[in-house]
Design a protein around this ligand. Sequence first.
Ligand code: BG6
Length: 508
Amino acid sequence: MKIPDNLVFVLFGASGDLAFRKIIPAIYSLKIHLLLPEKFEIIGVSRSVMSDLDFREKLKKGITSFSGEQNITDELLISFTNHITYLTLDISSPSEYVKLRDKLAETDINSGTGGNYIFYLATPPSLYTIIAGSLSSIGLSDQSVGFRRFIFEKPFGYDLKSCKELNKKLHDLFAEEQIFRIDHYLGKETVQNLLVTRFSNGMFEPLWNRNYINYIEITSAESIGVESRGGYYDKAGALRDMVQNHLLQMVGLTAMEPPSSMNPDAIRNEILKVFQSFQPIVEDEVDKYVIRGQYTASRVRGECLTGYRYEKGVDPNSRTETFVAIKFYINNWRWGGVPFYIRTGKRLPTRVTEIVIHFKPTPHFLFHVNDIDRSANQLIIRIQPDEGILLKFGMKEPGAGFNVKNVSMDFHYSELANIRLPEAYERLLNDVMVGDSTLYSRDDTVETAWKFLEPIQNGWSNNPAIKVFGYPCGTWGPETANDLIEGKDLTWRYPCKNLADDGLYCEL
Ligand code: BG6
């Protein structure tokens, strides 16, 4: 990672959870790893009234709990937070923004930050256009003095229409190069390693196509429920919260053609081509290709877990999906006919994200099958936790005969001694500071992702007969999700068993 030019980092939504748990701890890590410029100031902006001192004390707690750094001393915390100030501002009132402009001008004079500003909008999306418009109207998007970059959190839009409207409004104010749409999955080390695995090894790429691959599955499972975000989540659901961004970006990197270079647009062009090649799922066939589920109360390892509809902020009659599994095809020369399966859910048995490449079986099987089935060659790219890569293949079982046993060759990132994996936000924040948008989503890719999901959203809202399947907390989602997988005896990969205590579902 490179050291950026001097700058001021303006954080809208400064009193929120994302700032506390992710953004500020990530910037602290950048400091510890000497990746901040010499002159660097943070201005937290929010509606709440708070003094600089209280803000700093709060952030120190967040850094201590969430940065994952060993190197946290009072001295370091003080020297870091001394460069953080707080501004109370009514974000929805454009006339208030002059306060911010004055503060930035003062900061430049006092700290020598040179007029370079990054604005991070860690706020509800409903505020994006008002913040962007207000900043632009007082000249804070003008790059004649220094760079001006704007980071937008997900969800970027609510559907295709709102995404297009948002892109249009932002393009009226800023150049696309100034807009950074963050998807924190792209900041994960192992997601980036997908590119390296595919394009720095001669052995994988020749097999990476319809001739040798049977199907591909991508799973992003979480064991937590909606926690304190019921209000947000009930309007979003798993499709908007995880699929539109994180899962489809992983599909893009898994399925893309080799880019002509590591230039941001070269990579994003290839991701766009994948998205443009998705075979549309038509509204009438949504239930054939998409399974949605919602977690219900159960007992996991003796603990009673609440059903989704009883979570705080959730409508007791909610039909919002906390689980979704989709089967689809990519209509191009490389992938024609290969099914892709993606699934994500909350309150599943464990937290795991992985991409599994299932290779085709040998054309003729000579040996006695022991614990291996004929399609057992799998390359598993483990995004988290225990990041690494696992290759499964058949070996001769020692002894008489030719019995085949399933074995694994694995690599864990933890085995790279003394290498610390940077947090996703660290990498992405450094990228925006140095102006590298490779790992940020472009306007056309987000729109194309929404376009693919539009018939699913329409199908669900127009056809109440499409079921929302219940699944007990601690299980792998509705059993019917298995029916999506084509082919005899083929299933999703289950990294661990269901955890719900059999027959002990609680009535909550
Ligand atoms: C966020 C979603 O984008 O990603 C959350 O809004 C989800 O609902 C989170 O829990 C998962 O991120 P990670 O990095 O823990 O896999």
